[in-house]
Design a protein around this ligand. Sequence first.
Ligand SMILES: C[S@@+](CC[C@H](N)C(=O)[O-])C[C@H]1O[C@@H](n2cnc3c(N)ncnc32)[C@H](O)[C@@H]1O
Length: 264
Amino acid sequence: MSSSPKKDWSATQYLKFGDQRTRAVRDLLSAVPLTSPTRIVDLGCGPGNSTEVLVARYPNAAISGMDSSSDMLSKAAAALPGIDFVKGDLTTYEPPPGTDLLFSNAVFQWLPGPARIPTLARLIKTLPSGGVIAIQVPDNFHERSHRLMRETAADGPWAGILSKLNPERDPIAAPVTFYNELKPLCKSVDIWHTHYQHVLEGPEAIVEWVKGTGLRPFVDPLDEGMREGFLEAYLERIAEAYPRLHDGKVMLTYPRLFLVAVKA
Ligand SMILES: C[S@@+](CC[C@H](N)C(=O)[O-])C[C@H]1O[C@@H](n2cnc3c(N)ncnc32)[C@H](O)[C@@H]1O
């Protein structure tokens, strides 16, 4: 379980790869079996990129976004002025009455492992019969990109600081665990994985990508000197682990787990 000190997200860093990150939003939404939901909440809406896709698909629904980050919420409000964005925490958030679609792209992985399925179950119970919850989470604990974060953390002057903080997120539960825990509440629970293969300019771009997300708990607690040292050591490992492609670029493999559940 992660216990690193809290530092706010950077919407600007996150949006550096906005197009690639938002592809999973579209893939998740395409599997939502509702033609005209009445009220939708984008849980962990970030800078509003996922909310924008919801608005385009369901222009007649009442849509709102919630997030725990002030920086993300102000970017979202500027991008989509007509939409209501509220600050909240997923673990305690209560959707407005009548909400029949809860959508959450790339957020549940930030909850401590033991809180994820209970939070999903609690939110499902707020839905009407036939209501839907749709989530996507990166499932990359065993990927080179994430294994090398742990290796770098254990090998350098920052090792003492980081070993106390345990910065790695808990791995994502197995699909059978999600199914067994949620199916008693649901008519259907559809789960699948997609492995995205993102072609990026070079190893530096892989580091830039994870700096906006998974690397944050490792580098946020360090002072500037150590942070730079960590990033250099990590980049060196990444450059070795991701060989250049035919055109000099690199391929970042990014597995994601999708879950779409319909309330009984
Ligand atoms: C990776 S971004 C996803 C943004 C957007 N949904 C998308 O599809 O790109 C994760 C977001 O989850 C938010 N978040 C993390 N933990 C949260 C929590 N406990 N409650 C609400 N939001 C949370 C972060 O502030 C961040 O904006």
